[in-house]
Write a protein that binds this ligand. Structure first.
Ligand code: TNX
Length: 500
């Protein structure tokens, strides 16, 4: 008989046996509803995938993933009686599953995945990847949908530069956890990393180094297009960030006239910020900001958001800072993007649509509460839980610890609607896991900090709070390890997780 497994405490077990609820208890983020049934589905060399109209691209993804994991290469078939069915049901599906949800029904001889959108199908395919044990899937039904609309990760390519291939690898791994926003921190004191028409020195001078004095680098328009297209193929939207009016050491080094005193403090190759600032009282500053934000918007066609930074503008008075935020958000809105800014920007008068990203839990920020009370939406990235650059333990070979150490259990141990006391749950747009790269020199360093904690933040963003349970989560995390090994993800074997 079918048995509900949500709420039970069962370890992931191999091999699969009839009606083994534990075999379905291996998905991160935890699905909304799971019901195990007797039996298993076995993939063979004869298994085919049929896609309903519009579902063909996700069917091709599924075929490629199945091949990667099993060695078997299921054909995407025209035949409607293929064993695996991907069904796009824009109106007829279950409306309670929203735009990103899906239903997965696994029986002894068939697998049927249904969703209202191709994003929903793609998320369902990630579930299938995680459920595979050898070539087998436990029978049962999963119905699933996200808790929050915004589930982001951020990569800082300014402190250390990452090749397009490395950025794609980072995106690819995050897709496994149903992340849907990829925030790219493109500029900072140590480097300006993307081309802006009419401002060639931003990249020829401003991108020529990084923390530690390495060669740095930058993305051409074609590079950014490659990243944006790749993210789209993983159902993620790229959010470009231009950090302003502080954290602009590289821009000021390239064009000293952007500073009021016409002087630069660069090149910046140290970790500590130089505290340069754009000249907030000069009209030419806003021509620069307009051109740079337009270039970032043009590089991300169809995107919703553009991040304008706004953190740690120590060189400015509050009046100067607030004036800059107010003007800049209008320029961003003028390029048809919803502005996002770090929480400090809450001191300014915000447009109704401007979103704040909450990160610094150490400072009381009454203005964030006031903005939220007036309707400002918040992205929750509390440094002491969600910052992937914070070391999991003292002495870890990479990372910082200004927000304290963040073991896996702490990355998991928070709720976005209560982490900032006093806000209404409806103010929370979602969560983000930023990876700042002052100490992160390459993809392997990045992965060591992100895994297994990125999946923890992704689960906080996706799963219903009533599924929250560290013991069960840690077992589901452990069940991910074989896939990470197969994909070559350099994860940290935290002693908190019961690896098999
Ligand atoms: C604070 S978080 C910063 C970044 C650093 C980060 C290091 C934020 C908005 N500003 O400039 O990279 O700490 O953890």
């Amino acid at each position: 008989p079918p048995a509900s497994t949500n709420g039970s405490s069962s370890a992931p077990s191999v091999p699969l046996s009839p009606a083994d609820p534990a075999a379905l208890e291996r998905v991160v983020p935890e699905p909304a509803g799971i019901t195990a049934a007797a039996g298993t589905f076995t993939l063979t060399s004869a298994t085919a995938i049929h896609a309903s109209s519009g579902a063909e691209p996700v069917a091709a993804d599924l075929a490629a993933y199945l091949k990667q994991q099993t060695g078997l290469a299921p054909a995407v078939s025209q035949s409607p009686d293929a064993a695996i069915q991907l069904v796009l049901q824009p109106s007829g599906g279950d409306p309670s599953l929203g735009t990103e949800g899906y239903t997965l029904v696994i029986g002894p001889s068939s697998v049927k995945l249904t969703a209202a959108t191709d994003a929903g199908l793609f998320h369902g395919v990630q579930t299938v990847r995680q459920l595979l044990v050898g070539a087998k899937l436990q029978d049962g039904t999963i119905t699933d949908h996200p808790r929050f609309a915004y589930r982001g990760v951020m990569l800082d390519v300014a402190r250390h530069f990452y090749s397009v291939a490395d950025v794609k690898a980072y995106i690819d791994a995050a897709a496994l956890y149903k992340v849907n926003e990829f925030h790219l921190h493109l500029t900072d004191d140590q480097g300006w990393r993307f081309a802006v028409p009419g401002w060639p020195k931003l990249t020829s001078v401003g991108a020529a180094t990084q923390v530690g004095g390495g060669v740095g680098g930058s993305y051409s328009a074609a590079d950014l297009k490659e990243i944006v297209d790749y993210a789209a193929s993983r159902y993620m939207t790229v959010i470009p960030e231009i950090d302003m009016p502080g954290h602009v050491g590289a821009a000021v080094y390239a064009y000293p006239s952007l500073a009021c005193d016409g002087r630069h403090h660069g090149p910046v190759t140290s970790v500590s910020p130089a505290y340069d600032s754009l000249c907030t009282s000069s009209e030419s500053t806003y021509r620069f900001v307009d051109t740079a934000t337009k270039a970032a918007a043009d590089a991300t066609p169809g995107a919703t958001y553009l991040h304008m930074g706004g953190d740690e503008a120590q060189a400015l008075s509050l009046t100067q800072y607030n004036a800059f935020v107010a003007k800049t958000q209008n320029l961003v809105a003028g390029h048809d993007r919803t502005p996002i800014a770090w929480a400090e920007a809450g001191t300014a008068t915000l447009l109704p649509q401007t979103v704040l990203e909450y990160w610094n839990t150490a400072q009381p920020q009454p203005y964030v509460l006031q903005a939220a009370a007036k309707g400002t939406k918040l992205i929750m990235a509390p440094g002491n839980h969600a910052y992937l650059d914070q070391q999991p333990v003292a002495g870890f070979r990479v990372g910082l610890h200004w927000a304290g150490y963040v073991p896996v259990s702490k990355a998991y141990d928070w709720d976005p609607v209560t982490v900032l006391p006093g806000i209404a749950p409806s103010a929370v747009l979602g969560v983000e896991a930023p990876l700042w790269s002052e100490t992160v020199k390459n993809l392997a360093d990045a992965e060591t900090l992100a895994y297994p904690r990125l999946p923890a933040i992704a689960e906080i963003g996706w799963s219903a709070p009533n599924t929250h349970d560290w013991q069960r989560f840690s077992k589901r995390l452990a069940a991910q390890a074989p896939l990470w090994d197969k994909l070559g993800i350099a994860y940290y074997k935290s002693p908190e997780v019961p690896w098999g």
